[in-house]
Design a binder for this molecule. Sequence first.
Ligand code: IPM
Ligand code: MG
Length: 356
Amino acid sequence: MEAKLAVIRGDGIGPDIVEQALLVLHKIEEKFGHKFHCQDVLAGGCAIDAVGNCLPQETIDVCKAADAVLLGAVGGPKWDTLPGGERPERALLGLRKELGLFANLRPAMIFEALAGASPLKAEILEGGLDILVVRELTGGIYFGERGTKDTPMGPAAYDVEQYSEGEVRRIAKVAFDMAQKRNKHVTSVDKANVLDSSRLWRRIVAEVAKDYPDVTLDNLYVDNAAMQLVRNPRQFDVIVTSNIFGDILSDEASQITGSIGMLPSASLAVGNFGMYEPIHGSAPDIAGQDKANPTATILSVAMMLRYTFGLGAEADAIENAVKAVLAQGLRTPDLFTGEGKLVGTQEMGAAIAAAI
Ligand code: IPM
Ligand code: MG
């Protein structure tokens, strides 16, 4: 197949890890006879430095014209003092909205070779862990009305949490579709004991569930969900939740695996278009030092092949290569616990490419 990719290397370790992900993608092209035409575009702090805008129009245009977007990471201390609306992170929110990326898939799984990395006791995780957080990504408090006003307690600021039935329905469908291909269990997370937006959320999710009689639906309040995730994370298969709750719970779920440098993500639009990125940030302290773990970005390429291009065998090839390299004992600094071989970003990337 031939396809067009927009590539956003971004800031910090972004360029280091994207380089390795592209190396792996080229290996897939060679092995399976595909061609991905890649075009680099700027977003984040590097775009602020180059053109004074964290998300230039050209970037949006190139992304829209592409079949998928591969992103490294954006942000860093250099731009931390800019006002909210000008910070590199705005580029992410802008991309999500402009590209209609309403469904964010964040898998949290434990790789057998890294089972010891979790901060949870081994007995809690016996049998492994494989959770998929499905986070709504273009609605809720992130994109609701916001403003300031005067109050008797002084000036106030507010951000509105609002969800329409249509927004909830489409994200719920994604979650149930995913669950059908997994362990057929959806947990919807809300705060329906307090929030009207959550009561609407819960009602619509229950409606959607009727179309999936083979999938079990549970509802949890977000505070309980946060607690259950550390008490008994193996009870979860697919978690579907709002933008803000998903932001928080996906970080928690990733930390439970102990290997945040391993976890990919997909942000999907209607149709096959998607943006793929590691769930970790730009780690500016180790940028350009050959220390970052490229695996999450490499696994993001696997998600891209699977979800945007329907190339399951190619995606499997990457995931198996990652497992093989871990089994060989190769460890980037974030994974290294004294055993195995300590390697840098480039050696890790090269080893995974070679194992394909
Ligand atoms: C994430 C990040 C972003 C978010 C920030 C950087 C805007 O935390 O992708 O989870 O809150 O969505
Ligand atoms: Mg987050």
